[in-house]
Design a protein around this ligand. Structure first.
Ligand SMILES: C[S@@+](CC[C@H](N)C(=O)[O-])C[C@H]1O[C@@H](n2cnc3c(N)ncnc32)[C@H](O)[C@@H]1O
Length: 361
């Protein structure tokens, strides 16, 4: 098995570990709600399309599930439980044992993940460190791959964006929301390269008839990036950084050279990438609206939203600016979080999550 990351350490910005105030464990209710929105769709996809006959040739009698970009929990445990229940519902007593692989970057806090594994679980658990932008598992060894809110992370920043002499140099901004087309195009090209590698690796790892569910942020056709929650939140963080730069605590060039390595795809783009890969058929593709359904913005305090953003984004900021500036950024975010909520309340939130169920041909 080849691993194209074997000789280099991939860029990794795991969510905050442990179980402290700013930990992902305590601040991931948005991702949890997003996964809940997808639960019924997963149940349906498994009930309608998973075909146990296709698994009879697998060499072991275990049903193998992988959660890619699992972070520290507890969301991953709920997702895995949902998948297992749907599979059991379909096959009843014929089911073999379950083996669950929790994957994330090696820098992820696997200790917290392992320490909080549900004691009553009915599966064998294993951690699989490494980037999903490359091979992680032996050929045809998986029956179900799942990834929620992880594949929008790019494997690295596009090179043009980090080159001061390139037209894609993102002056005064940390995201592509309102940047020149060259910046957006560089992010889009990086995503397409990454997703092609991701699909190629999963095509090798999934047994024929196996399924993969991807839950990812998306942008509906015709909506500008500055109108969706991700664009608004990242621009807000960018304006805080520029404010800190104006006060002389960091240089503007430090802000110019910093970009958040995240990309929001469209349903059409994903469908095209899957088709180009050729190994999967699309079983179900649906845009959902977790921000609307769960009242995430309305029911949570502004400070809670600020903590959730910090739990997810602190790592990428810390690598570039160091701990002192990170505290500045997120303390200011906390103080201004009411303002951010107001902006989010008038954002476009319909259809900003993509549910994609694929079947290995
Ligand atoms: C927002 S968290 C989502 C965690 C969990 N799936 C959930 O829904 O709560 C995204 C996770 O994806 C992981 N991730 C990002 N890029 C990755 C990659 N190339 N390989 C493996 N994990 C990756 C991050 O380290 C992080 O833990």
């Amino acid at each position: 098995m080849s691993n194209n990351n074997a000789t280099s350490v991939p860029e990794a910005y795991p969510m905050n570990g442990g179980d402290g105030t700013y930990s992902y464990t305590k601040n991931s209710s948005y991702q949890r709600a997003a996964a809940n929105v997808a639960k019924t769709l997963i149940d349906e996809a498994i009930a309608e399309k998973l075909d146990i006959e296709d698994f009879s040739s697998a060499s072991s009698n275990a049903f193998r599930i992988a959660d890619l970009g699992c972070s520290v929990g507890p969301n991953t445990f709920a997702c895995v439980q949902n998948i297992m229940e749907a599979v059991k519902q379909k096959y009843g007593s014929q089911m073999p044992d379950f083996h669950v692989f929790f994957n994330d970057h090696a820098a992820n806090d696997f200790n917290t993940l392992f320490a909080s594994l549900p004691p009553e679980r009915h599966y064998s658990a294993a951690g699989v460190p490494g980037s999903f932008h490359g091979r992680l598992f032996p050929e045809a060894s998986l029956h179900f791959a799942h990834s929620s809110y992880a594949t929008h992370w790019l494997s690295k920043l596009p090179e043009e964006v980090t080159n001061k002499n390139s037209p894609a140099w993102n002056k005064g901004k940390i995201y592509y929301t309102t940047s020149p087309d060259q910046v957006f195009n560089a992010f889009a090209a990086q995503f397409r390269t990454d997703m092609a590698i991701f699909l190629e690796a999963r095509a090798k790892e999934l047994a024929a008839g196996g399924m993969m569910v991807l839950i990812m942020q998306t942008i509906p056709d015709g909506i500008h990036h500055s109108r969706i929650p991700t664009g608004i939140m990242f621009d807000f963080l960018g304006s805080i950084l520029m404010e800190i730069a104006k006060e002389g605590l960091i240089s503007e060039e430090e802000v110019d050279s910093f970009n958040i390595p995240v990309y929001t795809t469209t349903p059409n783009e994903m469908a095209e990438l899957v088709e180009r890969n050729g190994s999967f058929s699309i079983v179900k593709m649906e845009s959902t609206s977790p921000w609307l359904k769960v009242g995430h913005i309305v029911n949570n305090t502004p400070q809670k939203l600020a903590r959730e953003l910090r739990a997810g984004m602190e790592g990428v900021f810390k690598t570039h600016f160091g701990s002192d500036i990170v505290n500045q950024v997120f303390d200011r975010l906390n103080d201004k979080s009411g303002q951010l909520i107001n902006q989010l309340e008038s954002s476009h939130r319909q259809g900003t999550q993509l549910f994609l169920a694929l079947k290995r041909k």
